[in-house]
Ligand binder design. Structure first.
Ligand SMILES: Cc1ncc(COP(=O)(O)O)c(C=O)c1O
Length: 405
């Protein structure tokens, strides 16, 4: 009973601070209209930015993959679980970054969380007993990057330093002061709770000047940014010469690509090292091959379809139409459009009022975001219609004006 009592008390404390999290049960596929508690809801909460999670082509490819490869991989990649589908996907993924990263190859991971743990820990193993390692981590990095840094500190005795959000000068001071022989800068590409972009060109410049590696987690940029949807490196037109084997790219495949998994793309020397040393790749069953097969179809849709243009039009419409007096939109041009409300209770109340109106938007509270910046994390999709966006805007403005009347 001691443990039950203790956890009940901790849970009550979370509830008192309005920090208790609850699951919502989706009774239909991920889409802009979803069945929740028997009701059809208009949704602005998934990371399915292009509407691929329930796209007929992707679903058909998944079924075909199932017939070709069966349900499970049966083993880890290095034993017997690495199928032709995984290999074909890795080749296709490497091509998406090949114009930006010299001699680029890619590794497919089961999740972005695992890819981040893998890359950060493998790339911070000291080369010799005389080497020392420092990690420079952006303040707003995703939890999976933070956990990767924590693990690297434990496993590799790496030192870690946090620099303020997009503070290039602050980072330079830290790099200048470091006498470590191996340095790794770690950043989100698109910040997952704010929607703004990391200054990757400036970060790369610093990485080269201070002889560091730069790891970019482009979970929310891959599929969305760039002329072909290849992500932030394409968006910033970074050439092979610009990255010059200093950049390790990570993209996830459960968001804009609509399925599941993630990849690391880098100069083949780095991916070969990851293959040898990534514990979260080596010691886990390879993901079901039909997922990789379906992802080939996602890649095709990302590159060929006008879905990204439709998404951009929705983002522009939302930003232009929403006029707020007390809350604020963040400086984001991406599909992540947070409305900062501030206080946890009020953010929850607004999310609840939207739910009652048939609109599902998640309220995000600390510790996921800094204190007093609780927000509605609105995510837009190419699959939203103009009327969907207008409805959300109208409801938000109405709720705000009623609350402050
Ligand atoms: C920036 C960022 N990195 C990594 C992840 C983890 O990716 P995955 O969901 O594939 O584990 C997420 C979200 O889940 C994310 O937002």
């Amino acid at each position: 009973m001691k443990y039950i009592q203790a956890y009940l008390q901790r849970l009550q404390e979370l509830d008192d601070q309005q920090l208790l999290r609850h699951l919502k049960l989706a009774e239909s596929p991920c889409d802009t209209r979803m069945q929740i508690d028997g009701r059809s809801m208009l949704t602005f909460c998934s990371n399915d930015y292009l509407g691929l999670a329930n796209h007929p082509d992707v679903c058909a490819a998944l079924e075909k993959g199932l017939r070709l490869y069966g349900a499970g991989s049966g083993a880890s990649h290095l034993i017997s679980g690495h199928s032709h589908a995984h290999e074909a996907l890795e080749i296709a993924l490497a091509k998406t970054q090949a114009a930006h990263i010299p001699e680029c190859t890619a590794m497919y991971f089961s999740t972005g969380y695992m890819a981040n743990l893998a890359a950060i820990t493998a790339l911070t193993i000291p080369w010799t007993v005389d080497d020392s390692v420092a990690i420079f981590s952006e303040e707003l990095n995703h939890a999976s990057l933070i956990d990767g840094v924590r693990l690297a500190k434990q496993q590799n005795k790496a030192d870690s330093f946090v620099y303020a959000h997009n503070d290039i000068d602050g980072l330079e001071q830290l790099l200048k002061a470091s006498s470590h022989s191996q340095k790794l800068i770690v950043t989100d590409g698109v910040f997952s709770m704010d929607g703004d972009l990391a200054p990757v060109r400036d970060l790369l410049d610093l990485a080269k000047r201070y002889d560091a590696l730069l790891f970019v987690d482009d979970a929310h940029g891959f599929g969305v940014l760039g002329q072909n949807g290849h992500g932030i490196l394409e968006h910033l037109a970074l050439s092979e010469a610009d990255t010059a084997a200093h950049l390790i790219y990570m993209g996830t495949l459960g968001k804009a690509a609509g399925v599941s998994g993630a990849f690391v793309a880098a100069h083949h020397t780095f991916t070969e090292w990851l293959l040898q040393k990534s514990r979260s790749y080596i010691y886990t069953t390879a993901s079901p091959p039909h997922l990789a097969h379906a992802l080939l179809s996602s890649l095709h849709l990302i590159e060929q379809s006008p879905l990204r243009e439709r998404l951009q039009a929705n983002i522009a419409l939302f930003k232009k139409s929403l006029q707020l007096q007390h809350w604020s939109l963040m400086a984001s041009d991406t599909a992540i459009q947070p409305v900062v409300i501030g206080e946890n209770g009020m953010a929850l109340q607004v999310a609840q009022q939207l739910l009652e109106l048939g609109v599902w938007v998640p309220a995000i509270r600390p510790p996921t975001v800094p204190k007093n910046t609780a927000r509605l994390r609105i995510t837009l999709s190419a699959a939203h219609s103009t009327e969907d966006i207008q409805k959300l805007v109208q409801y938000l403005m109405q709720i705000e004006s009623d609350l402050y009347a």
